[in-house]
Ligand binder design. Structure first.
Ligand code: F6P
Length: 357
């Protein structure tokens, strides 16, 4: 008998259901003697013992369904050791649920914060298998996360649509892509969508350089310019501030997001008309793309194998195109960021894309 607890935590993405399906289908090929406890809304369900017993049937027909059949919520890692409003010790409560249900292991699907808490539970003695979810592709220890390629498709198609209208009107357009701390999604969608300027959190921009790049295109007779701007894009001046000073500045910012500040600066300095498009949470919505369906299935199959072999304390990972595993202790607390001097940046620059640096 295998008793498996499963949860999806943090911001959702397209292939959560596809991944859970992979795990469950994989498990049932080893044995029929499986009990699955699905915790509702991520760690919240584990803390407050809110779960549903699931069967293989529940995971049938969900390969293409976005969102998560278990629900999700954000439970910040930094608050895990802080008692709840009623004084409940959350970590002890999670352990209590685990032992009460006599679970063999927890299967935890989530991003950076989620994997950090998964590692905390591992340190507390629970058996854990992590699965790398996020549209940001910023989890350390895996080359790829599920959700990323689906989000790239959506952000790219937003840029594609802007291209046709930009060409008609001869304006400057900004497409703001998700990613507060890392720019993988903006970088890939920006290149795939043929953006002229790409601004990432990892490469602080100089607004003069951004305007220069627009002017250069105008002089070349190009009627429009498209900027792919990450939510967390940051100017050189702001990057020089301390964390505290920058936070204060953000709190006082009159713009809804960085794109509006950049648009204002471009308009004021060069007089061109600027329009902003924010695809926002559409980037996390809808069906997983075929790439993600394949990736999720492979990751799920590996998780099932690890559970059967009792290989706990790892996150399933992609390494050099192979499905592998990385110790949660290595994953926790790190971010996989875009390297400013990496090949992909050099190649983008080589075809004339400006990063505003
Ligand atoms: O899950 C990752 C992510 O989509 C980021 O790209 C984005 O910055 C953030 O979550 C948005 O979070 P929320 O859904 O809580 O607004």
């Amino acid at each position: 008998m295998k008793r498996i607890g499963m949860l999806t935590s943090g911001g959702d993405c397209q292939a959560l259901n596809a991944t859970m399906r992979g795990v469950v289908k994989g498990l049932y090929t080893y044995t029929d003697d499986v009990e699955i406890y699905g915790f509702i809304d991520g760690y919240k369900g584990l803390i407050y013992s809110n779960f549903r017993m699931l069967t293989a049937q529940d995971f049938s027909g969900i390969l293409t369904r976005g969102g998560t059949i278990l629900g999700s919520s954000r439970q910040p890692f930094k608050l895990m050791r802080v008692p709840d409003a009623n004084g409940l010790d959350k970590v002890e409560a999670m352990k209590h649920t685990y032992y009460k249900l006599k679970l063999d292991c927890l299967v935890i699907l989530g991003g950076n914060g989620t994997q950090k808490t998964a590692n905390l539970l591992r340190e507390e003695g629970l058996n854990v298998v992590g699965l790398p979810k996020t549209i940001d592709n910023d989890i350390w220890g895996t080359d790829m996360t599920f959700g990323f390629q689906s989000a790239v498709d959506i952000a790219t198609s937003a840029i594609d649509c802007i291209h046709t209208t930009a060409a008609s009107h001869g304006r400057v357009f900004i497409v703001e892509v998700m990613g507060h701390k890392v720019g993988w999604l903006t970088l890939h969608a920006g290149i795939a969508g043929g953006a002229d300027i790409i601004l990432l959190p990892e490469i602080p921009y100089d607004i003069d350089k951004v305007i220069e790049a627009i002017d250069k295109r105008n002089k070349q007779g190009k009627r429009f310019t498209i900027l792919a701007v990450a939510e967390g894009a940051i100017s050189k001046e702001d990057a020089a501030l301390s964390k505290k000073e920058y936070k204060k500045k953000l709190e006082a910012r009159k713009y809804p997001s960085i794109s509006y500040e950049i648009a204002d600066q471009i308009q004021a300095r060069s007089g061109v008309e600027v329009r902003i498009t924010v695809p926002g949470h559409t980037q996390r919505g809808g069906s997983p793309c075929p790439y993600d369906r394949v990736l999720s299935t492979r990751l799920g199959a590996k998780a099932a194998e690890m559970i059967m072999k009792e290989e706990y304390g790892y996150m399933v990972a992609v390494k050099n195109n192979r499905i592998d595993k990385t110790p949660l202790s290595e994953v926790a607390g790190k971010l996989k960021m875009v390297e400013p001097d990496s090949g992909i940046i050099q190649e983008a620059k080589a075809i004339g894309i400006s990063f505003g640096d």
